[in-house]
Design a protein around this ligand. Structure first.
Ligand code: ATP
Length: 367
């Protein structure tokens, strides 16, 4: 166990009865990486995973493990371990027998006996001594850990996890994801994880691929996709970002900095307001940008506007406030519960992330 491999998907496409499940999906997963496919229901996550496992043959494109083309290689010869959403344990077998079942696929038996290997695997998934239990006696989280031990038993090169926690309650999901992450990094096994839960994806992954409608929208580290979304879809799906669309109407008005550089950016009209943004684009350019909830601040200041409070949610450390501004949804995180119906909020130009419309992304005009 612990062998690692890298995975390459190239231009995978697949349709079912005219429905395009995958459209030209290309991905590289590195040795030992925890890689997550995240996106809404029906975006193609499971189909991608099944193509890696060999349960689905793509209409076009290729899957390679460590440089070896996998088309025509049946699932049982691909050295993948899989855990599905619904703990598919054999209920007529004990926990130990379930895990031992996985050992039957082991290519190179080590010097430990099967019983010892089962004990090791149960130890690994935090269920030491559970050999003689029945799966029916276990909680959902425990069953998923047995399923994980069984998937890992043959010492697969790649671990595939398809929404393994979605049947569990929120608390259990959090505990289990921490355990899965620990086990994955202990083994250093290349892992592809599927979830529709963006918080989970950002919490556990080395990198994530955000999928939408059969396509990859963006691949990157959790920080990169969260802070610098490439598309409006990613901005809205991942981070409760407030997304604004407008048009360049002139230069910004902040003037020149002391070094003589013009950092005024551009004035962008959005509905009834004009914001200053760090942009370099001619008048008339359509601009889409987003602001993260914590970067919207209350009170007067630059790029301010007044919006109506729709709902307030208490999150423990802060409040999430959903606002309506001229028909647009705007989200704010704030330490104090707002008492007024109308709030004045604004953002620093440097905290706006421009998604499209900037000729020189994320740089200020310095001519
Ligand atoms: P979910 O989170 O709901 O499982 P997903 O992102 O995993 O969604 P897929 O299961 O990969 O999405 O499905 C992508 C698209 O392909 C969907 O429109 C789905 O209905 C369709 N699809 C997937 N498998 C089949 C199939 N065997 N037959 C017909 N259509 C399918």
């Amino acid at each position: 166990m612990g062998s690692v491999t890298n995975l390459h998907l190239r231009n995978l496409s697949k349709s079912f009865d005219g429905v395009d499940a995958l459209r030209d999906v290309s991905l590289d997963v590195a040795d030992g990486e925890f890689f997550t496919l995240v996106g809404p229901s029906g975006c193609g996550k499971t189909t991608t995973l099944r193509a890696i496992a060999g349960f689905e043959s793509p209409d076009s494109g290729s899957v390679r493990f460590e440089g070896t083309e996998m088309s025509g290689v049946p699932p049982e010869d691909r050295d993948v371990g899989i855990v599905f959403q619904n703990y598919a344990l054999f209920s007529h077998m004990t926990v130990g027998e379930n895990v031992a079942y996985g050992l039957r696929f082991r290519e190179t038996p080590g010097n430990r006996s099967d019983d010892e290997r089962v004990a090791d695997l149960l130890e690994l998934v935090d269920l030491p001594g559970f050999e003689d239990r029945d799966p029916d006696e276990l909680s959902g989280g425990q069953r998923q850990r047995v399923a994980l031990a069984r998937a890992l038993a043959p010492g697969p090169d790649v671990l595939l996890l398809d929404e393994p926690m979605s049947a569990l309650d929120a608390r259990l999901r959090q505990t289990l994801r921490t355990q899965v992450k620990r086990i994955q990094s202990e083994l250093g096994i290349t892992t592809v994880y599927v979830t529709h839960d963006q918080e989970e994806a950002l919490a556990v992954s080395d990198r994530v691929a955000v999928m939408n409608d059969g396509r990859i929208e963006q691949v990157g580290t959790p920080e990169a996709v969260y802070r610098e979304p490439d598309t409006r879809f990613v901005a809205e799906f991942l981070g409760e970002n407030s997304v604004f669309a407008g048009e360049v109407v002139g230069r910004g008005t902040a003037g020149r900095a002391t070094d003589g550089a013009d950092r005024s950016g551009r004035a962008v009209r959005v509905g009834p307001a004009t914001f200053r943004l760090p942009l370099n684009a001619p008048e008339g350019t359509e601009v889409v940008f987003c602001v993260r909830p914590k970067k919207l601040v209350r009170g007067p200041g630059e790029n301010a506007f007044e919006a109506t409070v729709e709902t307030v949610e208490f999150l423990g450390e802060s409040f999430r406030v959903h606002l309506d501004w001229e028909g647009r949804d705007v989200t704010l995180r704030t330490a104090e519960r707002p008492t007024d119906e109308r709030l004045r909020v604004g953002f620093d130009p440097a905290d706006a992330h421009v998604i499209s419309g900037n000729e020189r992304e994320r740089t200020l005009v310095d001519r």
